[in-house]
Design a protein around this ligand. Structure first.
Ligand code: ACO
Length: 330
């Protein structure tokens, strides 16, 4: 069976930088607290009026430019986000329209910080089946509109930033490509990190009361996220290594989801991976959720950390809980 590979990568980060000091001017927090707990120094925020699909469009254009292709060359779109333009329709169709193309299928994936890994696995399967040849896989987030800039919401507000990344996936003509993907979820933790406002069991499903209660902002039990993440990340890394008869030392670079530098440092330590092999850019962008992995891949390539034949492992953990890993030969 033909293997699928990443043909091209692109990213887009909004220009507006918001430092920890800027946040400390808005509510009770400090640069020291944020850096110590998360490693984050600053993040990017999209301007008022900018949609998730707008960031995705810029990342897609960058990706297409790097591939030397046009939007018409794409034959399917997989779109991952937890901050869609609207509750429905899915954001993939908005991206399709903004790219100036019609007809091709658009699939929206709702797996939060693991969204890009799930999306890539779906694209990989479609390509291997021979169903499509040029799949645009995008992860994009506008978190800044849904954060609670108060003492009450500060635990979540300091973590997230806006941004998007995109890759083109197509058939490989050699040994390079996605070797395997390993996806997991555990719905028993669904309420640990969630946005409650869309409660379809209620008639009507949004009320003045739920707004007054702040249910439009994400809620998180941070310690629980941390605890499960540092267990599941090493577990799924080992699962992916075992599936390919590889050892930790065989991996040239780990691209972990950028949720918290401390989580990644802890995981790297447990796995015995030197920190410099565990890519990080969370210092500059915070947690861009579905955008985090393609942004990291794009920057790692630009920094010359990935070469032909490099073995890459992507690993992510997030709300759901969902988690996963893949191994790619570049
Ligand atoms: N600034 C200053 N103080 C704060 C802030 C803040 N931004 N946030 C919380 N605090 C305070 C709390 O109020 C609390 O004060 P108290 O002791 O007076 O009650 C104190 O700091 C400790 O709060 P904890 O929540 O216990 O802090 P903790 O050490 O657990 O760190 C953190 C919080 C950084 C959120 C940590 O739990 C964490 O990183 N968890 C993982 C979060 C994560 O990765 N989420 C993204 C998942 S990915 C996805 O799917 C979207």
């Amino acid at each position: 069976m033909t293997r699928a590979k990443i043909l091209s990568v692109g990213r887009y980060l909004p220009e507006r930088r918001v430092t920890n000091f800027d946040l400390a001017n808005m509510f009770e927090t400090s640069d020291e607290w944020i850096q110590q707990r998360t490693g984050i120094v600053e993040r990017r925020y999209a301007d008022e009026g900018v949609f998730c699909s707008d960031l995705a469009l810029e990342a897609s254009k960058d990706c297409l430019k790097n591939a030397g292709m046009k939007p018409e060359d794409i034959d399917f779109i997989v779109f991952a986000t937890l901050s869609p333009d609207h509750h429905f329709p899915g954001t993939g169709v908005y991206l399709q329209r903004k790219l100036g193309i019609t007809d091709i299928g658009c699939l929206d994936i709702r797996n939060q910080c693991t969204g890009f890994l799930y999306s890539l696995a779906v694209a990989d399967a479609f390509v291997r089946m021979g169903m499509y040849k040029r799949i645009l896989v995008v992860g994009s987030e506008v978190h800044s509109s849904a954060l609670h800039y108060t003492k009450e919401g500060r635990d979540v507000a300091v973590l997230f930033g806006d941004g998007a990344g995109a890759v083109l996936v197509g058939p490989s003509d050699g040994s390079s490509g996605i070797l395997s993907s390993h996806l997991h979820a555990d719905g028993r933790y669904a309420e640990i990190l969630m946005l409650e406002i869309f409660n379809i069991s209620k008639k009507p499903y949004i009320t003045h009361q739920t707004l007054d209660e702040g249910k439009q902002y994400p809620k998180m039990v941070g310690r629980e996220v941390f605890k499960v993440a540092v267990t599941k990340i090493p577990e799924v890394v080992n699962e992916a290594l075992n599936a390919n008869n590889l050892k930790v030392e065989d991996i040239d670079i780990f691209l972990p989801h950028q949720a918290n530098l401390r989580i990644n440092q802890f995981a790297a330590q447990q796995l015995g991976v030197p920190e410099e092999k565990f890519f990080s850019n969370i210092q500059r962008y915070g947690n861009t959720t579905a955008g985090s992995l393609p942004i990291a891949l794009s920057e790692a390539l630009e920094q010359g950390l990935i070469h032909e034949g490099s073995l890459i492992m992507m690993v992510a953990f997030g709300s759901g809980f969902t988690w996963g890993a893949n191994i790619i030969r570049w």
